[in-house]
Design a protein around this ligand. Structure first.
Ligand SMILES: Cc1ncc(C[n+]2csc(CCOP(=O)(O)OP(=O)(O)O)c2C)c(N)n1
Length: 688
C-alpha cells in the first residue's frame, strides 16, 4: 500500500484564496437558501478543495466547454451541485448569476442535480451516488484508448486528466468497488479522485455504517492514495493533486478531511447541514462568523471574480496551444487527424456497413446472439471506434471483435474489454466512454442481469448517450438455467425508460437491421435483446420487408394470405415471430385470415406517423400479441380488442422448448387464442 499523509501548515489561507473559497461557499449557501431546497453542507465543506482543483490543476476553457483535450471533471456527489454551478459561473462559463438565483426552479440551467446537456460544463448527469465515479473510470478509459490510437511520437494530442469529486455515499455504493477495482487493474494513472471525507451522511455519522479503512480498500485495488487532514489548506490539496498527476501508473484517491456545513455555528459537522437550507438566521450567523457581508445575497467580491475569470485567458491559451499542436500533427498525419475529428464528431465513415452479412434460410437455424456476433465481427474493422465487451459472458454474448486485441494495461489500443462480473460499473463505464466522445461503446450480459445495470441505463437514456447493449438469453426460451436466469419483466422495464430504444429481432436478418439502427442512433442508447436458442432464418427472398421494416419498429412481415383486410393480426417479437408465422399458416387452413406484424421495437413503432401505424394495425382488427415476457405493457399499448400470450409469472427450469410449450407458446395455443378473440368479438357484436 502506498499512502502518504500530506502534512499541512495551520490553515492561514492567503487572503485572495480565502476570498475565492468563501465566494464559492456563500454562493452555494445563498442558492440553497433562496430555493429553500438543496444541499449546502457538501459545498461549504468542499469549496476549498474544489477551488484548489479548479484554480491550480484543472485544464478547461469556459469559452469552449467541448474542447476535446480538456480535463474532465465529474461531480459524482451530484447533490452538491450548487458548488459546481458556482464554479461554472465564476470561472466564466455561460451560466449567468440569474441562473444561480433560480437554482432548482422551472426552466433554469441549475437543476437539483447536475444534468448533462442542460448546463454547459457539466460533463455527466450525477445524483445517483456512485455512478459519477464509474463514469470517470469510463472517461479515463476513453482517454487512454484514444491516446493509444491517435498519439504519435512527439505528438500527444490526447493528453488530459479525469477528476472526480466523491462523497461518502459514492464510496459506500457497491459500484465504487466495481469501478475502483477495474480502474486499479487497468492502471488508469490519469484518473484522480478527490474524496470529501466529512464523516457525515443523511442519517448521521459514518460511524453508523461506514467504518472500514477506505483508503486501504482503494490501495488494495491498486490505487495511489493520499490523505489531506485539513480541507481548507488549499496548498496541501494542490500538492496532493500534483503528486497524483505525477503518479502515472495508478489511479489516485485523495481523501480530504472536510467538514460538512463548514462555518455554520450550529450545523457544521452535523447531518442537519446535508440536505436542507441552513435557514435565514443560520445563514446570517455563518456569514457574520466568517466576516462575509450578510447582504446582498449572491455577493461576489470583484477581486475574487477577477481572479476566477483568469480561467478564461488560461483556458483559451491552453486550447490555442493544443490547437497549434494539433495543426502540426495534422500536417504530419493528415489521415489520422481527419479520423480523430470524425470520431469526436460521431460521424460514421463511408461504407461502414459494406460488410454486413445477409443470412439465408438454407444455412439453417441461428440464434440471434450468434448473428449479432457476426455483425460485430463485420463492423469491427470498419468502425475502429467500436469498443466494448461483456461482463464476463463474452463467449455467450458473442461480443468479441476478432483481431482487435484486449484492452489491458499493456495494450490500451485493444478494443475488447473485459469488464469482469460488474454489470453496474460496466453500464456506467460505457456512459463515461460515450460522454467523453470518440468511441462507440457497447457492452453485453444476460438480459436478466440488466436488473444490475438499470441505474446507468436510465442515465444513458437521460443523457441521450449512444451506448449499445447486447443482451442475450432473452426469455424463458433460454431454458435450463431456470427462473433466476429467465427474464420476464425486463422487456417491459426497459421499454418504459424514456429514450431507451429496445430492439428484439426475430432472426439473423432482423438482427443485422437492428444493429444498423443501433449504429445509426447518435442520440440515445439501444438495447439489443437476443436469443440464446437457434431460430429459423427469415430469408430476405421471402421476407423482403425486413431491412426497411425493422427501422420502423414494427411492420407487416407476412400479410393475410388473401392479402385482404385480415380478420386478426398477430403482433410478435423476437423468437415468437416464428410461432406467429406458423399460426397464420395453420389458421389459413381453417379459413381464418391472419396477418403477422413483427415488432422488434415498440418504442420506435410508437413514434411512427398515425397513418403508418393505422396501415400496420388497422383500427378494429383484433390483435393477438405473442411475446415471452410480461403482458402488462401490451394490454395498455394496443387497447381492448386484444389477447396476449405472455409470461406473467417467473419462468421454470427445463429445456427451453419445453418451457415455451408449458407457457403456451405453441401453434395450437396461438390458434386457440386467436379463435377466442374472434369468438368474443362476434359475441359482442351479436349483443349490440
Ligand atoms: C444511489 C443513491 N442512493 C441514495 C441517494 C440519496 N442520497 C443523497 S445524498 C445521500 C448521502 C449523503 O451522504 P454523503 O455522500 O456523505 O454526502 P454529504 O452528507 O457529505 O453531503 C443519500 C443517501 C442517492 N442520491 N443515490
Amino acid at each position: 500500500m502506498s499512502s502518504s499523509a500530506i502534512l499541512s501548515a495551520p490553515i492561514a489561507l492567503p487572503a485572495l484564496d480565502e476570498l475565492c473559497v468563501n465566494t464559492l461557499r456563500f454562493l452555494a449557501v445563498d442558492m440553497v437558501q433562496k430555493a429553500n431546497s438543496g444541499h449546502p453542507g457538501l459545498p461549504m465543506g468542499s469549496a476549498s478543495m474544489a477551488y484548489a482543483l479548479w484554480d491550480r490543476s484543472l485544464k478547461f476553457n469556459p469559452r469552449d466547454p467541448r474542447w476535446p483535450d480538456r480535463d474532465r471533471f465529474v461531480l459524482s456527489a451530484g447533490h452538491g451541485c450548487a458548488l459546481q454551478y458556482a464554479l461554472l459561473h465564476v470561472t466564466g462559463y455561460d451560466l449567468p448569476l440569474e441562473d444561480l438565483k433560480r437554482f432548482r426552479q422551472w426552466g433554469s440551467r441549475t437543476p437539483g442535480h447536475p444534468e448533462f446537456g442542460k448546463t454547459l460544463g457539466v460533463e455527466a448527469t450525477t445524483g445517483p451516488l456512485g455512478q459519477g465515479l464509474a463514469n470517470g473510470v469510463g472517461m479515463a478509459i476513453a482517454e487512454v484508448a484514444l491516446a493509444a490510437r491517435f498519439n504519435r511520437p512527439g505528438h500527444r494530442i490526447v493528453d488530459h486528466y479525469t477528476y472526480v469529486l466523491v462523497s461518502d455515499g459514492d464510496l459506500e455504493e457497491g459500484i465504487s468497488s466495481e469501478a475502483g477495482s477495474d480502474a486499479g487493474h487497468q492502471h488508469l494513472g490519469k484518473l484522480i479522485v478527490l474524496y470529501a471525507d466529512n464523516h457525515i451522511t443523511i442519517e448521521g455519522s459514518t460511524e453508523l455504517t461506514f467504518t472500514e479503512d477506505r483508503m486501504a480498500r482503494f490501495a488494495a485495488f491498486g490505487w495511489h492514495v493520499q490523505r489531506v487532514e485539513r480541507s481548507n489548506d488549499v496548498d496541501a490539496v494542490a500538492l496532493a493533486l500534483q503528486n497524483a498527476r505525477e503518479e502515472s501508473g495508478r489511479p489516485s484517491m485523495i481523501a480530504v478531511r472536510t467538514h460538512i456545513g463548514f462555518g455554520s455555528p450550529h450545523k457544521q459537522d452535523t447531518a442537519a447541514a446535508h440536505g436542507e437550507a441552513l435557514g435565514v438566521e443560520e445563514v446570517r450567523l455563518t456569514k457574520e462568523g466568517m466576516g462575509w457581508p450578510v447582504e446582498p445575497a449572491f455577493h461576489i467580491p470583484e477581486e475574487a471574480l477577477e481572479h476566477f475569470r483568469r480561467a478564461v485567458a488560461r483556458g483559451t491559451s491552453a486550447q490555442a496551444e493544443w490547437e497549434s499542436r494539433f495543426k502540426a500533427y495534422a500536417q504530419q498525419y493528415p489521415d489520422l487527424a481527419a479520423e480523430f475529428q470524425r470520431v469526436i464528431d460521431r460521424r460514421l465513415p463511408k461504407d461502414w456497413d459494406a460488410e454486413l452479412p445477409t443470412f439465408r434460410a438454407a444455412d439453417g437455424p441461428m440464434a440471434t446472439r450468434v448473428a449479432s456476433g457476426k455483425v460485430i465481427e463485420a463492423l469491427g474493422p470498419r468502425l475502429p471506434e467500436m469498443m466494448g465487451g461483456s461482463a464476463d459472458l463474452g463467449p455467450s454474448t458473442h461480443t468479441h471483435i476478432d483481431g482487435a486485441g484486449n484492452f489491458e494495461p499493456e495494450n490500451w489500443a485493444g478494443r475488447n474489454m473485459h469488464f469482469g462480473i460488474r454489470e453496474n460499473a460496466m453500464g456506467a463505464i460505457l456512459n463515461g466512454m460515450a460522454l467523453h466522445r470518440g468511441l462507440i461503446p457497447y457492452g453485453g450480459t444476460f438480459f436478466v442481469f440488466t436488473d444490475y445495470m438499470r441505474p446507468p441505463m436510465r442515465l444513458a437514456a437521460m443523457d441521450a448517450l449512444p451506448v449499445i447493449y447486447v443482451f442475450t438469453h432473452d426469455s424463458i426460451g433460454m431454458g435450463e438455467d431456470g427462473p433466476t436466469h429467465q427474464p420476464v419483466e425486463q422487456l417491459l422495464g426497459l421499454r418504459s425508460i424514456p429514450g431507451m430504444v429496445v430492439l428484439r429481432p426475430a432472426d439473423a436478418n432482423e438482427t443485422v437491421a437492428a444493429w444498423r439502427v443501433a449504429i445509426g442512433r447518435k442520440k440515445g442508447p439501444v438495447a439489443l435483446v437476443l436469443t440464446r436458442q437457434g431460430l429459423p432464418v427469415l430469408d430476405l427472398g421471402s421476407f423482403p420487408g425486413i431491412p426497411a421494416g425493422v427501422p420502423l419498429g414494427g411492420y407487416i412481415l407476412a400479410d393475410s394470405p388473401a392479402g385482404d383486410r385480415p380478420e386478426i393480426i398477430f403482433i410478435a417479437t423476437g423468437s415468437e415471430v416464428h410461432l406467429a408465422l406458423e399460426g397464420r399458416d395453420r389458421l389459413a387452413t381453417e379459413g381464418v385470415e391472419a396477418r403477422v406484424v413483427s415488432m422488434p421495437s415498440t418504442n420506435i413503432f410508437s413514434f411512427q406517423p398515425d397513418a403508418y401505424r393505422e396501415k400496420v394495425l388497422p383500427t378494429g382488427v383484433p390483435l393477438l400479441v405473442i411475446e415471452a415476457g410480461a403482458s402488462l405493457g401490451w394490454k395498455s399499448y394496443v387497447g381492448a380488442q386484444i389477447a396476449v400470450i405472455g409470461v406473467d409469472t417467473f419462468g421454470a427450469s427445463a429445456p427451453g422448448p419445453v418451457v415455451m410449450q408449458h407457457y403456451g407458446f405453441t401453434v395450437e395455443n396461438v390458434c386457440k387464442q386467436a379463435h377466442a378473440v374472434l369468438d368474443r368479438l362476434k359475441e359482442k357484436a351479436s349483443c349490440t
